[in-house]
Unconditional design. Structure first.
Lengths: 112, 541
């Protein structure tokens, strides 16, 4: 149970960075931390104490395997998060080129 | 759905309908000359107003009444804001907010009424006021009537509208049509929808008495003729509410009769003020004087209407005020406990004092506008501007002298039969007044002493011997009395204006809310997140 709470705390750290930081780069880092927290949560959810790796072979029981589904999902999520992070950083670079700052309170001419 | 039950054509609705037609026709004639720009827009809204008014008075269904009532608020806004100038649009906004807010109260009152009686009809069954819900329902519906008719504390839009809006609009809506409709709905709910208990009756009576006395005190110190008439328009509503608050047939009939009379003479007064302003270009009492010799017909009609509003016999205002006094004293005799009797007696006293103060204030208006030295040269208005006021002044005399044989018959049909407590024979009294005037003229003709020299009448003010007596400053001393001075200065600062008070509170609140809107996206995200967490807490606990 305590591991789930630790995941929640990690997620909240990321959320704090997204909501309260003025710097775009810090916000992106906050998003990445959130993703890590979620991935960690999924992996921990599927973990089984003293389990073995989920490789199937005819002579072995299925009972003491670790659940493979969260691991597969976490793999997919990591790849997707890599792509989104790249996109976010790209946008941040474009914003810096245009406004000369990463501070979102000074970026206020987004219309038009 | 049965459409026959949604409308009502009883003598009360028909009586009000006749007067709506009368005022619409007269104002249309007057406006043909008076309104010079945007005539088409103006007439479209006047006709739509008349149609919506018919909708209100002839419908019996709660939803229909609300819809037409709401539309009247919109047409009032569009008519006040006819020329889009700055002052008029500000006051039009204020009017729309006051009327619109009370429309909301009306809707809520109707909702409660429907909940308690489980019928959509306003006059099908009477609701006995015996618990808080029914009392709230009654008061909320009455509040809409008060705002429409301009009773305190929801009166504040009337004086400013009277000053800034186009004059035919003022004569049409706040002076006549809104009074007809507001008091009509009040009469309808008192007569057909509710059995009033003591609390409801005394709420109405106290509101009426306060309205009479406070509005007339404000009217005394005004310098602008239109604003002064606007305050009188508020003060007279107090009499109607006083009469209706008795909830006896005599009281309701008196209130209804006074409302019709008020619409007639106040419309006449406003149209006369319009004639004066049209010819001289000003409505300030300081700049007017001696117009009687240039505008005799305007002078005579104004005087008839002013005597009517002040309750001078034999004009119509006297008859209806007399009926209201009778209704109040009758109601007082029917009560058993002494404190309640004293309240009714004080209301009666305030009505009497208010009537006297009205006369005093019109003394000031008549003598400063039409008598004294001429400060401006003018000529009599054209026929189209005079015809409506002549008709209205004639109606003032007819409804006064022949009250029993004309208008009171219809009112008896509408309300039910009632017995007069006091004695008043209008025809005989008028004959006596006429005979005494004739005898006076004969004595004047044949007596040796033709003229009597007396001091200049100063309305009780001290006369500065070096200066000319300033008629427009009559009663200015009232505002110097220590206690009243404070009240007047507070009233000038709009402390008693419920709209201004609410505006102040809302600005304080919105300043707090404005600080939350800093235009930074993560702040809004934070609020969204807190909201979602709250929702999760409530629903998935």
């Amino acid at each position: 149970m305590s591991t789930y709470f630790l995941c929640l705390i990690l997620f909240c750290v990321g959320l704090y960075a997204i909501l309260r930081k003025r710097n775009i780069i810090k916000m992106i880092i906050g998003i990445v931390i959130c993703e890590y927290a979620i991935n960690l949560f999924l992996i921990l959810f599927g973990y089984k104490m003293n389990g073995r790796s989920p490789l199937y072979s005819p002579d072995q029981q299925i009972l003491d395997m670790v659940d493979p589904l969260p691991q597969a999902m976490a793999m997919t999520a990591i790849v997707i998060s890599l792509a989104t992070t790249a996109l976010l950083v790209g946008i941040a670079i474009r914003i810096y080129e245009k406004y000369g700052t990463f501070d979102i309170t000074k970026i206020n001419k987004l219309k038009g | 759905m049965d459409f026959r039950n949604m409308f009502i054509f009883d003598p009360l609705s028909k009586l009000i309908g006749v007067f709506i037609v009368l005022f619409t026709v007269l104002i249309s004639i007057y406006s043909a000359k008076f309104i010079k720009h945007r005539k088409i827009t103006y007439y479209i809204w006047v006709l739509l107003t008349a149609l919506a008014s018919f909708g209100v008075i002839f419908s019996d269904n709660l939803i229909l009444i609300t819809i037409f009532w709401g539309f009247l608020g919109l047409s009032l806004f569009k008519l006040i804001n006819l020329y889009d100038d700055e002052k008029a649009s500000a006051i039009a906004k204020k009017t729309f907010i006051i009327i619109g807010a009370t429309d909301g109260f009306l809707l809520f009152g109707f909702l409660l009424y429907h909940f308690l009686t489980s019928s959509m009809s306003l006059s099908a069954n009477k609701l006995i006021i015996n618990n808080n819900l029914s009392f709230i329902s009654f008061i909320f519906i009455a509040m809409a009537c008060f705002a429409k008719a301009g009773c305190m504390p929801l009166h504040t839009w009337i004086p400013e509208t009277a000053k800034n809006a186009p004059l035919p609009v003022v004569a049409y809506l706040p002076a006549s049509l809104d009074k007809l409709l507001g008091i009509y709905l009040l009469v309808r709910i008192v007569k057909d929808s509710f059995f009033l208990d003591v609390t409801a009756k005394f709420t109405l009576i106290i509101i009426g008495a306060i309205t009479v006395i406070c509005a007339v005190m404000m009217a005394l110190i005004q310098h602008d003729i239109k604003k002064l008439l606007g305050y009188h328009a508020i003060s007279q509503v107090g009499y109607m509410v006083l009469g209706i608050g008795c909830a006896t047939p005599l009281g309701i009939a008196a209130g209804l009769f006074h409302m019709i009379n008020h619409a007639i003479y106040k419309c006449c007064l406003f149209l006369d003020a319009g004639n004066v302003e049209n010819e001289t270009g000003t409505s300030e009492l300081h700049n007017l004087g001696g117009l009687a010799r240039y505008m005799p017909i305007t002078f005579i009609t104004f005087m008839v209407a002013a005597f009517s509003i002040s309750g001078v016999p034999p004009f119509n205002g006297f008859v209806s005020k007399w009926m209201i006094y009778q209704g109040l004293s009758d109601f007082m005799n029917s009560l058993s406990s002494y404190p309640l009797k004293i309240i009714v007696a004080l209301s009666l006293l305030s009505a009497l004092v208010g009537s006297g103060l009205t006369l005093a204030s019109f003394l000031k208006v008549i003598s400063s506008v039409f008598l004294g030295n001429a400060r401006k040269h003018a000529k009599e208005s054209s026929f189209a501007l005079l015809l409506p006021v002549i008709i209205l002044a004639l109606l003032c005399i007819i409804f006064g002298v022949f009250a029993y044989s004309t208008i009171l018959k219809f009112i008896t049909q509408a309300i039910g039969s009632f017995n007069m407590v006091g004695l008043w024979q209008p025809v005989g009294a008028t004959a006596l007044i006429a005979i005494s005037i004739v005898i006076g003229l004969i004595v004047f003709k044949f007596s040796s002493q033709k003229l009597r020299v007396s001091d200049t009448y100063t309305g009780g003010e001290e006369l500065n011997p070096k200066e000319e007596a300033k008629i427009e400053d009559f009663y200015a001393t009232i505002s110097e009395i220590p206690f009243l001075k404070k009240i007047y200065s507070l009233a000038e600062a709009k402390v008693f204006d419920i709209y201004e008070e609410l505006k102040r509170i809302i600005f304080v609140l919105s300043n707090v809310l404005k600080r939350l809107h800093n235009g930074i996206l993560p702040t809004y995200l934070t609020w969204c997140l807190i909201g979602i967490m709250g929702l999760f807490f409530v629903f998935f606990r």
